[in-house]
Design a binder for this molecule. Structure first.
Ligand SMILES: [Zn+2]
Length: 329
């Protein structure tokens, strides 16, 4: 029987937690590290269900009362926290030595554990050094490096993985609640960068439309910069009202447009990071000289660096045209 079947990919984690559950031997603390939307909370929840599952094999069975209570978020011995300050840790620690309510263990799941300040982490560390026998901690984080070395060394670290685009595509296709054409789904898959949770998030109709709009304007903008004509100037001006972060995001997307075109110039079979249609990208690549494209790439790249250094947004935008012309000539 396949356990953790609702978790896609992440075979290493399935193996580690699956055998811990099968042999009922657990670490006192697990750190689950991985990018946003890669299933950290789901893993901690499934592991909790597995720990309490009353089935004799294939735990978590997802069917028994214990499993269902954990999955429904109503098991009183599985608690989720999002804490940042030491007072919150102290509060949690007060009940730490109390007996479990309805089972043999108590499970504490800390979401965004990296947001705990140092004092809070130190307070938690004391509990990890002398943990009550029946308590299991799960610290979920996008960055285990932000946790104290002393915490890391007392926990077993599990890392979630990014998924292949095809796996995400297949999942969305099979599970989506409303109809979306394949091209829109491909756009979402590319934008998700391997994070299934983020991809699912983007299938929200409103967010998907925003994404498609952002991608369309990145393509327009990049093509205008390549042409470097009067339209490009008016388009650049229309972006000067953007906030710095928004502009950086936009230019990064433009960078992946030009990146794809340059790669295709060198190798027609190169993997693409922006375009969902190779043919469309190839047509653009054929129209322009490599030197000019490289000039645009450098100018966009420099603009992003300048924005990171707090440069004036309107001036930075204009510098893209001047620099791309200079570099590409
Ligand atoms: Zn069960």
């Amino acid at each position: 029987m396949e356990i953790f079947k609702t978790l896609i990919g992440n075979n290493e984690i399935k193996k580690t937690l699956g055998s811990a559950i099968a042999s009922s031997s657990f670490s006192h603390a697990y750190i689950i590290e991985g990018a946003q939307g890669t299933g950290k909370r789901l893993i901690a929840t499934l592991a909790s269900a597995g720990i309490f599952c009353s089935s004799s094999l294939g735990r978590p069975c997802m069917e028994c009362t214990s499993c269902k209570r954990v999955l429904d978020g109503i098991h009183t011995d599985v608690r989720y926290f999002e804490i940042t300050k030491v007072d919150q840790v102290r509060e949690i620690k007060q009940g730490l030595y109390d007996a479990p309510n309805e089972s043999d263990f108590k499970i504490y799941i800390f979401e965004n554990a990296h947001k705990m300040n140092i004092k809070a982490q130190n307070a938690l560390l004391i509990s990890l050094e002398e943990p009550p026998k029946n308590v299991i901690f799960f610290l979920l984080t996008t960055d285990a490096g932000a946790l104290l070395e002393t915490i890391r060394s007392r926990a077993q670290i599990l890392r979630t993985e990014l998924l292949d685009g095809e796996v995400i595509f297949k999942y969305l296709k099979e599970n989506l609640r409303f109809g979306m054409n394949d091209e829109a789904l491909r756009e979402i898959v590319i934008a998700s960068c391997g994070s299934l949770g983020y991809a699912i998030d983007l299938t929200d109709e409103k967010k998907a439309l925003e994404l498609i709009e952002r991608r369309k304007s990145a393509l327009d903008f990049t093509l205008a910069v390549i042409k470097n004509d009067a339209y490009a100037v008016s388009l650049l001006l229309s972006y000067s009202g953007y906030g710095r972060e928004e502009l950086k995001e936009h230019l990064s997307l433009c960078l992946s447009v030009i990146g794809d075109i340059i790669l295709l110039k060198k190798d027609k079979g190169a993997p693409l990071y922006f375009f969902t249609s190779r043919e469309e990208a190839l047509q653009i690549a054929q129209k322009h000289q490599l030197g000019k494209l490289m000039g645009v790439y450098d100018a966009l790249d420099e603009a992003i660096s300048a924005l990171n250094l707090n440069s004036n947004t309107a001036l930075t935008l204009m510098s893209i045209l001047v620099n791309s012309k200079k570099k590409g000539s």
